[in-house]
Structures are given as structure tokens and as C-alpha cells.
Ligand binder design. Structure first.
Ligand SMILES: Cc1cc2nc3c(=O)[nH]c(=O)nc-3n(C[C@H](O)[C@H](O)[C@H](O)COP(=O)(O)O)c2cc1C
Length: 320
């Protein structure tokens, strides 16, 4: 049993990624119940009542769970983390911003910390003492992150550089993908896109349908959606989403979009998101959206991913 497994006592080395808008308490609870680690995605701006509601769905199960935050939002306001810490999570993940203050708060409460890293410089930051678990997150991944290094090279670098537990994220969606990450030295996998269309995901039905239809060639990495909404994301972090009319128009014309971004465009994007108009609003998903083929329960996904054991046994046999 690995140190991480001892720390978090999961059966299956599968964490659902804390996807704001999709990984709410229901998905986290379903993943934890199925043997993985359930992560709640905390949006950049949220109300305490929402946080309380989500945390209550999972905290009484006495199963491993945690929450993921945007670092840049915590730099401004730590309240959402204070609310979550009242429910005794096992893991706090801080990504896309300076994790220093949030990690200190988590450690004060005796909670382990993780950080998603997307290049060698971020990996170096995560090797400092305040981060316990390193999540290497390749450019293939869905949602926000860096578009710089693929999962496999980053994973190999992390395995060489640290003895901290390393989790692999980005493009992992099948038992073969899990087997590859574990064989490369990851302790576990962090899976977002494959859980997006699950019945327990809180994503809007139209977003799920779009993800179900999309294939591997249909994603785009862009800051266009954030610029239109005037969200204060660091330009180092764009998002990978299923292409749509809006991204086709603007993804290659970012300076022009920055000039055009006004209140009416912001309102139009907010409307599109509220109404789940997938021709305009982002449907964040990674290249592994190919493997989102029908609506499943989180338990079905975990059961399929758990077949990595057979894949590894078969691989060992092939080369013995
Ligand atoms: C719809 C969606 C929303 C996401 N939201 C967040 C988020 O709120 N916080 C976060 O740390 N990561 C978020 N991510 C990124 C994931 O943590 C993770 O890096 C990614 O899903 C891994 O790649 P995969 O989608 O190929 O599995 C999101 C990903 C997706 C697909």
C-alpha cells in the first residue's frame, strides 16, 4: 500500500478532479462511495450555503474526500476554504495561483495539501514544504491549466525529482490510461472529463450532451471565454473546451477580443452560461472527451478504471 493510500484510505487510486460546476457534493460522494477519492470543485465566487450543502453530502460518509480551489481566488479571500475546513476534508488542492496562504491555513487545520502543476517551474514550487501531494496536469486536460507540457513528460520529471506522492492528471479516461500512469510511477490518477457526463455530475444536461457527442479532435485551448467574461484569470491559464461558434470566431484573435470585451459581451456570455447555450458558452473538456460515450454513474466509471489491474498483469505477461 502506498503512503498516499495509507493517508487517505481509498480502495481505488482514482480521484475525480474538482471541476467547478460539475463536481459538486453528489459526484464527490458517489466517487468516494465507489472506492475513489471524491473532490468537490469550489467555484471562484461562492456562497457559504452552497459550500455547506455540498460538504454535508460527503462528510458524514467517513470516506476520503477533499476540495479543490483556484489559487487566485484564495489569494483574495480565504473564506471558502475556512467554510470547507469545518467539515474535516482529507485533502485540499490549490491550483492556478500562489498556494502559500491557503496551504498554511489547511496545514493549521491538520489537512494535507495538493497542487496541480503544468510545467517544470510549477513543479519546483510544489516541491516546497507546504505542498504534500503533487498533481502533474498535462496540456491534454480539460478545463483550466497550462497548455505547455503533456502528461507523460511532466509525470516522468516529477517522478525523478521528488519522493512526494505524485498524482497524474490530463487525458486519463480508460483502464489503459490509468495503467500507463501508475506504471510510470504515479500513485493515483486525477480524472475530470470522464466524469463530466456522469449522472451525479451537476453539469447542465446540454453540456453533458455536447461532451457525449464530441471527439478527440474537437477541443480547443483558449482564453477567449475568460476574456469575454472579464474573469481575472492569470493569462498563463487558458482552458481546454469543446470547440463552438464562439471559440471558432475568437480563439485565434485574442488581441481583437481583448479590445472588444465590454459589458454587453460579458452579459452575453453570462446569459449563454446560465441558459447552457453551448454554441457560445464554454463546455470545458479535455482531449479524453472521446471516451465520454454514454451517461454513466460514477461507480460504473470507477469500476471500469479499476480494470487497470488486468491491464498491468497482461502487460507484464506480454513482456515476460
Ligand atoms: C469541466 C471542468 C471543470 C474544471 N474545473 C476545475 C476547477 O474548478 N478547479 C480545478 O482545480 N480544476 C478544474 N478542472 C481541471 C481538473 O482539475 C483537471 O486538471 C482535468 O480535468 C484533468 O484532465 P482531464 O479532464 O483530461 O481528466 C476542470 C476540468 C473540467 C473538465
Amino acid at each position: 500500500m502506498s503512503d498516499l493510500q495509507k493517508l487517505l484510505s481509498y480502495r481505488e487510486p482514482v480521484f475525480n478532479a474538482p471541476m467547478a460546476g460539475a463536481a459538486s457534493g453528489a459526484l464527490a460522494a458517489a466517487v468516494a462511495t465507489a472506492g475513489g477519492v471524491g473532490m468537490i470543485g469550489i467555484p471562484a465566487a461562492t456562497a457559504q450555503t452552497w459550500v455547506d450543502e455540498q460538504a454535508r453530502m460527503v462528510c458524514d460518509l467517513e470516506l476520503p474526500w477533499g476540495a479543490g480551489f483556484m489559487g487566485w481566488a484564495l489569494e483574495r479571500d480565504l473564506s471558502a476554504m475556512e467554510w470547507i475546513l469545518d467539515y474535516d476534508p482529507a485533502l485540499i488542492c490549490i491550483s492556478f495561483g500562489d498556494p502559500t496562504r491557503g496551504a498554511a491555513l489547511a496545514h493549521e487545520a491538520g489537512v494535507s495539501t495538493a497542487m496541480q502543476v503544468g510545467n517544470a517551474a510549477e513543479l519546483n514550487r510544489a516541491l516546497e514544504d507546504d505542498i504534500d501531494v503533487v498533481i502533474v496536469r498535462g496540456a491534454e486536460g480539460g478545463g483550466h491549466g497550462r497548455n505547455e507540457i503533456g502528461t507523460l513528460p511532466l509525470l516522468q520529471l516529477a517522478i525523478e525529482q521528488t519522493r512526494k506522492p505524485v498524482i497524474a492528471a490530463g487525458g486519463i479516461a480508460t483502464a489503459h490510461g490509468v495503467a500507463a500512469a501508475l506504471a510510470c510511477g504515479a500513485e493515483a490518477v486525477w480524472v475530470g472529463t470522464r466524469f463530466l457526463a456522469c449522472s451525479e455530475s451537476s453539469a447542465h444536461q446540454r453540456l453533458k450532451e455536447r461532451a457525449l457527442q464530441a471527439g478527440m479532435d474537437d477541443t480547443v485551448y483558449t482564453r477567449a471565454f475568460d476574456i469575454a467574461q472579464q474573469l481575472p484569470w492569470d493569462p498563463a491559464y487558458g482552458g481546454r473546451a469543446v470547440r463552438n461558434t464562439f471559440s471558432d470566431r475568437w480563439a485565434d484573435r485574442i488581441p481583437a477580443l481583448e479590445e472588444k470585451a465590454d459589458e454587453s459581451l460579458r452579459r452575453e456570455m453570462v446569459r449563454a452560461r446560465t441558459e447552457a447555450d453551448v454554441t457560445i458558452a464554454p463546455v470545458y473538456a479535455g482531449q479524453s472527451v472521446e471516451f465520454v460515450r454514454h451517461t454513466e454513474t460514477a461507480a460504473e466509471v470507477i469500476a471500469e478504471l479499476a480494470e487497470f489491474r488486468e491491464v498491468l498483469a497482461h502487460t507484464a505477461q506480454r513482456f515476460s
